[in-house]
Ligand binder design. Structure first.
Ligand code: MN
Length: 308
């Protein structure tokens, strides 16, 4: 039996400002996770929002040279434009809006991401990381590109689920924790109701316009991670203007992780070993399709520590 709206409390909401981070070559992004206030949301341990940025003809809005990953999955989701992914397994993929690039680093992989030679005039998207649970974090690396992802259009709202499931929509992408990621688009004046798992935590990342959560007086905007604490069973969103948001969520991640540069481990030793392996040219393979030098690891200053 459905409870009447008045008996359902609005979710407990905390907004944490993004910080600007540089990916090199003049590319600035909004880093939403991790922050001092919020280290993770479920297994989500990293979130960058880049653009919207103009891309002049013949220029690369993004050019991130080969770099390694371990202990995580990278999730690339575009709102506009395109990106070329090349990795040390030989995977090559051009991703466009509405498609998913999912790279499972497992024990070790390296990749490069750049604007392809043929491109449109804007780039806008997100890169998210999922920490792998301990029993999967040293698995074989793999790469998946998904073009067909479930979508629901309804009364001025569109929902597209690219990781996990939400309501009746299931993403085919392979993940290893109970998690979700979805894009929500609202036309001006439209609203939507999303079912939530009361045991999970969630966050909204607004990528265009502003949204209101019914039952709160706040308007949620870009440049912040809007954290929703466990306990809510649904989320009612409305918008006066056209708006788009990404919802991420999952069961609270119970393992303490150590995150440094592009590595997720469980101890300082995991991190120093991964760094040494990259510098020695072992473990992470070679991205042969990329023209240019690979990224050197930064200096380790101090001992990497667990984040929770
Ligand atoms: Mn990467």
């Amino acid at each position: 039996m459905a409870a009447s709206p008045s008996t359902i409390a609005a979710p407990e909401l905390y907004s944490h400002p993004a910080r600007r981070a540089s990916l090199g070559e003049g590319l600035w992004v909004s880093r939403l996770l991790p922050s001092r206030q919020q280290r993770m949301v479920g297994a989500w341990c990293f979130a960058d929002h880049f653009g919207p940025s103009p891309v002049p003809p013949g220029k690369k809005a993004m050019d991130v040279a080969p770099h390694p990953h371990t202990g995580l999955q990278t999730v690339t989701w575009l709102l506009d434009g395109e990106l070329l992914h090349n990795d040390s397994l030989g995977s090559r993929s051009i991703i466009r809006p509405g498609e998913l690039n999912l790279m499972t680093a497992g024990h070790g992989i390296s990749h490069a991401e750049e604007t392809p030679p043929e491109h449109s005039n804007n780039l806008h998207g997100l890169q998210l990381w999922l920490a792998l649970p301990d029993n999967q974090r040293n698995c074989e690396p793999s790469f998946q590109h998904h073009r067909e992802l479930p979508r629901l259009d309804e009364d001025g709202s569109r929902l597209q689920v690219f990781i996990g499931s939400l309501g009746e929509l299931y993403s085919p992408a392979q993940v290893f924790s109970p998690v979700v990621a979805a894009e929500i688009s609202l036309q001006a004046g439209a609203g939507t109701r999303l079912p939530l798992n009361a045991d999970w935590e969630y966050a909204l990342i607004i990528v265009e316009g502003e949204l209101q959560v019914t039952g709160t007086q706040q308007s949620l905007g870009t440049e912040a991670l809007h954290y929703l604490a466990p306990g809510a069973q649904q989320l009612d969103l409305v918008s006066d203007t056209a708006a788009r948001a990404i919802l991420i969520g999952g069961a609270p991640f119970t393992e303490a992780i150590v995150m440094w540069w592009n590595f997720v481990g469980r101890s300082a030793e995991d991190i120093t070993q991964a760094r040494a392996d990259w510098q020695a040219g072992t473990r992470f393979g070679t991205v042969t399709a990329y023209r240019g030098e690979r990224l050197p690891a930064p200096e380790l200053s101090g001992r990497p520590r667990a984040s929770r």
